[in-house]
Design a protein around this ligand. Structure first.
Ligand SMILES: Nc1ncnc2c1ncn2[C@@H]1O[C@H](COP(=O)(O)OP(=O)(O)O)[C@@H](O)[C@H]1O
Ligand SMILES: Cc1ncsc1CCOP(=O)(O)O
Ligand SMILES: [Mg+2]
Length: 268
């Protein structure tokens, strides 16, 4: 089945099942991640306290780990809960926010990848390259890297970490180590709103929670954010506040027809 069709099927499944997506995430974009999860048709829950999360994970359909505002206690919770999710066969997506900017962020991401079976690793080019030891430069949480070798980097990372890897950029590149998919939708204004990457990670969690495989989940999440971004920009132009509101409107109203009409996905 072609990717666009798989993304459409995944979207229907989200709306049928409304999966519960447990997040341990950062305090910058946490509210936007909860709202994007609701907008696409899933249910979010955000919690990092060990006593609380051990009960919550039993009813969750997927787990989002995002190290954006990591601290010792939340990292411990992420690894603990990641392992519990693995035992329960609940898929895990990791966003290594800011890996490459500090030793703590790179080291923590690598530790999670070593101790938890991660289904999808989603980040920008600087973050993914730094995890491969290919570059150490992330400007805080933003990428400084070109996307020229994105295909090779995605394949390499997918093989090294034994998961699907989704790298964001003008063209998003996703690989499970064998196949490579590219998503051409998007608008550069998405990089001027904080948390759009985190929100793609949450959307990935929604697709995983609906039962989609890693490659489909990562592709569908990028496709939806990219297409919604394009459509929102047509309404808002450079009015960035309006753009953000329109982005949520577009994600809430995305459907199979819009995806089929506007989705630009290529499997290489
Ligand atoms: N130059 C660009 N043109 C169009 N869309 C982009 C561009 N860069 C990133 N995006 C999109 O913006 C969203 C967030 O990506 P990005 O900013 O790279 O992630 P992060 O916020 O984790 O650094 C993704 O949907 C991605 O496809
Ligand atoms: C600005 C910032 N600082 C710590 S987490 C965070 C949000 C990062 O979100 P994204 O990677 O989606 O831009
Ligand atoms: Mg990010």
């Amino acid at each position: 089945m072609e990717m666009l069709k798989k993304a459409c099927d995944g979207l229907s499944k989200i709306r049928e099942k409304s999966p519960l997506v447990h997040h341990i995430t950062n305090y910058v974009s946490v509210n936007d991640c909860a709202n994007i999860t609701l907008a696409i048709g899933a249910s979010p829950v955000m919690s990092d306290e060990i006593e609380d999360i051990l009960d919550l994970i039993k009813i969750a359909n997927s787990l989002v780990l995002n190290i954006g505002t990591l601290n010792k206690r939340t990292v411990e919770s992420m690894i603990y809960l990641g392992k519990e999710a693995n035992k329960l066969n609940i898929p895990v997506v990791l966003d290594p926010v800011g890996a490459g900017a500090t030793k703590l962020r790179t080291g923590t991401s690598l530790k999670i990848l070593q101790e938890v079976k991660v289904r999808v690793l989603r980040g920008n080019m600087s973050e993914i390259k730094s995890l491969l030891g290919l570059s150490g430069n992330t400007k805080g949480v933003d990428s400084t890297e070109k996307m020229d070798d994105a295909e090779d980097v995605a394949i390499l990372a997918a093989k090294k970490f034994n998961c699907t890897v989704g790298i964001s950029g003008e063209v998003d590149v996703i690989s499970d180590g064998e196949r490579v998919v590219k998503v051409f939708n998007g608008n550069s204004i998405l990089t001027r709103v904080t948390g759009t990457g985190c929100m793609v990670t949450s959307l990935t969690g929604c697709f995983l929670g609906a039962g989609c495989d890693g490659l489909t989940s990562s592709t569908a999440a990028y496709l939806i954010m990219g297409l919604a971004g394009e459509r929102a920009y047509k309404e808002s132009g450079d009015n960035i506040g309006t753009f953000k509101v329109r982005l949520f409107d577009e994600i809430f109203n995305i459907n199979e027809d819009r995806l089929k009409e506007g989705g630009k996905v290529e499997e290489c």
